[in-house]
Design a protein around this ligand. Structure first.
Ligand code: F6R
Length: 242
């Protein structure tokens, strides 16, 4: 695990974006795994600028997002479909047909989950996966649990996650209680992983991930077993690592 600490959240985001940009330049047919939330926004802004400057081209890039709420429509303003459209897809020259987010659209959600993993496999697997981390150590919506999860699945969101995400809704009661998420196994199959964590409120989760045991109660700790992970931190998120 390679750990890099930057002076600000913006600089950590730009550094992570440079890894994504290098992947896009190296392989214009790359398959990227994408995250939502506040953390990757500086990285997405940097990618938009690099695209505008003609340095990176999204024309043949394919993307799979980590997760989506269950119980709100794709067009809901807080859906992750809307998030990705607003912050990245509408601002770069990506083909919308090449962007996928999980969504339980049939009357057999388990089949929808299997189909999502199959679509990732059919695309050749994820070359580079970008992640944030929750206060409770979740990655994607894999919440602390007794066992690591494997494939894409439907999950009940924890109180901590609902509390953290209520800032995007009118109240905690309006936050969906369920989500569809790639499993830890899906994430671990990515050939390379970039995790960004910024802010003092992420310091404990980062310390548990890096300094603790490999434990499904801290789902991000599974990354200690991945051969190609880089963690981009600002000084606040790194503050408990000494
Ligand atoms: C989002 C996701 C989540 C977030 C995490 C941190 O697609 O998978 O695991 O990365 O909840 O969220 P922020 O960045 O808003 O603090």
């Amino acid at each position: 695990m390679n750990i890099q600490v930057y002076g600000s959240a913006a600089r950590a985001g730009v550094a992570a974006a440079q890894v994504l940009a290098a992947q896009i330049i190296k392989d214009p047919f790359s398959v990227l795994g994408l995250a939502t939330g506040s953390t990757p926004l500086p990285a997405y802004e940097a990618l938009v600028e690099l695209n505008k400057a003609g340095i990176i081209d999204f024309k043949t890039i394919r993307t799979f997002n980590l997760d989506e709420y269950v119980g709100i429509s794709r067009t809901h303003e807080q859906s992750y479909h809307s998030f990705m459209h607003t912050h990245l897809f509408s601002k770069v020259n990506i083909d919308p047909q090449n962007t996928q987010l999980p969504y339980p659209s049939s009357d057999d959600p388990e089949e929808d989950c299997r189909a999502y993993d199959a679509a990732i496999d059919d695309a050749g697997g994820i070359d580079l996966q970008i992640l944030g981390i929750g206060h409770n150590g979740h990655i994607a919506f894999n919440e602390p649990s007794d066992l690591f999860t494997y494939g894409t699945h439907i999950v009940e969101l924890s109180k901590s996650t609902i509390e953290a995400n209520k800032r995007f809704f009118d109240s905690a009661d309006d936050v969906p209680q369920k989500a569809i998420t790639m499993g830890i196994g899906t994430i671990m199959k990515a050939r390379e992983i970039v995790l960004i964590a910024t802010g003092q409120d992420k310091a404990q989760a980062v310390a548990s991930m890096i300094l603790g045991e490999i434990d499904p109660q801290c789902p991000a700790s599974a990354l200690l077993l991945h051969p190609q992970v880089t963690i981009f931190l600002d000084e606040d998120a790194a503050s408990l690592l000494q």
